[in-house]
Design a protein around this ligand. Sequence first.
Ligand code: HDE
Length: 711
Amino acid sequence: MKINEQEPFENGANPKVEQLGKYKVDHNGEFMTTNQGTKINDDQNSLKAGDRGPSLLEDFIFREKMTHFDHERIPERIVHARGSAAHGEFQLYKPMGKYTKAKFLNDTSIKTPVFVRFSTVQGSRGSTDLARDIRGFAVKFYTQEGNYDLVGNNTPVFFIQDAMKFPDLVHAVKPEPHNEIPQAASAHDTFWDFISLMPEAMHNIMWLMSDRAIPRTLRAMEGFGIHTFRFINDEGKSHFVKFHWKPLQGVLGLAWDEAQRLAGKDTDFHRRDLWEAIENGMYPEWELGVQIVPQEDEHKFPFDLLDPTKMIPEEMVPVEIIGKMTLNRNPDNFFAETEQVAFHPGHVVPGIDFTNDPLLQGRLFSYTDTQLSRLGGPNFHEIPINRAIPDVTNNQRDGIHRMQIPKGKVSYHPNSMGQGCPFQAMIKEGGFASFEERIDASKIRKRSQSFFDHFSQATLFYNSMTDHEKRHIQNAFSFELGKVQLVPIRQRMVDMLLEVDEDLAKKVADHLGLVPKKLPQPITGSIPADGNPDDHHSLKVKLPITEAPSVSMANKLPTNIKARRIAILTADGVDDDAFTRVKKQLCEMDAMVQIIAPRHGFVTTKSGEQYPVDDSLLTAASVVFDALYVAGGESVNTLLEHAGALHFVAEAYKHCKPIGADANGADLIKKVVPELKDAEDGVITNGDLDEFIGAIMLHRFWDREMNPLPA
Ligand code: HDE
């Protein structure tokens, strides 16, 4: 075994890296052995009776190799099966002792190791990254006091209010059971059948139909803990807290047509992008923010803090930024780390506690339970990626694949034979004690009336969108419901949309050839058998704000072009100055620049200099890039005749991307966009690089959608 040599922390103290290092192996310079350590002489031929004879059962080398292979796969996650992960560190900006005693949220000198896994929800392990879907955003903090997992999503709300409905939600959204279609898509009958009967889903559905659900990169997504948690300070006082991750890369989305094309051109696009950004040293960063609500303000809001279908708009309670997470190391092995990592919202440390959110309470059961079948037994906490930094000392024993070798006779507490060890820790010694919440209630299966406003925040979200964001939501609903085969389901959905926004409902209905109608109240699907329908009318509360600009992605553009992917389209004969100037300036600003040319190998500039080509027009695709620059000179004559080059430009234009060119390069763009306006937003044909870089920061020029190219 070799200790890992990579060391991301300046002070050299990353306990998780050191711990993982003990388990890493490197076969360089070693003989091949069996799992029992016997050196293998022939790994090419099985043992046979004669060189043309039958194979022999005696062949322990073949049997061992094949048996291990036969069992290489483990069950994939029931949801969030498709994921990508990275290691990093979290550093606090300011001590939070007023609210929480958690050590990693009190000491600004500690760099807490983290492991983060991003995921889609619906698709299988090998499905596309580019699905319209919620993204998982799960962070494991390896703190000095044990593991703390913040297992969130990239939306601040969820589809359902009670964990009881989770299996139904997942059964509805997963590929339909009779034919396992569709993969990595919610655009099918069973999903919308369920949703059309579940008005509580409407708020999260609005987020799902927005560009949040088709992120340009995992690096440009916000993350949310969703539930209201508690911070507990040294005096045992509780504050409510909501967690936010704010990317320093901005919040960026794809065009829907682009997402669908990208799914074919590079189905691993998000995974590759995260991997390459980290390999290139362009480490993605997120700031951790908290919204804190004093205990005594619990009932001051027009929605219930325990209801996971509601956010607290930032305009009502500001997000306080308290620290920064940097992802700076790719996993060494996908299976050992990304696949075997086991998150759990119940992995908390002293200073962080739960609320009675009925979705959170159900999650606290589900995650350990699912790991038992996924990872094969109760000892998955001993898998290196899941190990806590402090020693694990308790009286739990045995089980499949136990790694610890506990010494002595004592595995119970209290004991005298083991001097009472391991000891219980007092609160002042760091022992976890649950917050003492007073409960005075009857045992009852019922939902609080305070959960029955299903539409106000959905409307708030829609009202907060810019014109192009609204258009994208209308189109997304039209697409998804257009894929639904049963007309009554489509109708119920457009009726539901009428409760959110009349214009939205009409636009979607129009696309479907329907007319939205007032919903019958209450919506029957979500009422228990003996429920009183009068209790189930959805209430509309009046929110103190009519718009929440903080939910619009248009307000979250980046202020740099770090790790943005920019294609320089060129060919032999390119003008030296034009070419080198753009490449140098973009690289200096940490963009990921690629030279795309008609063929692989080298491009030769006008003066005879040669530069390696990163990708050819055959294997590259414009959908992979954030922006395109056409470097001029004689190369443009070649590109003007090249169908691949014309398609590349047309697609980039269609997807509203920034396009730059110098005087000759502009000829190519004009051939593709014959009616190009002189000063069209996002198309810079005067070679002005500062203008081009400014356009890249603006990400997309969505107005072009109003006059689309037939590409
Ligand atoms: Fe999960 N969820 N979930 N979930 N969830 C799982 O646990 C579950 C919910 C989230 O990268 C499973 O290890 C229930 C909300 C993420 O490994 C499972 C309910 C949020 C991941 C499970 C929810 C999440 C999971 C499947 C409703 C955002 C991927 C595999 C009561 C706050 C973690 C696994 C990773 C994974 C159950 C709802 C986030 C089955 C029962 C809300 C990011 O245990």
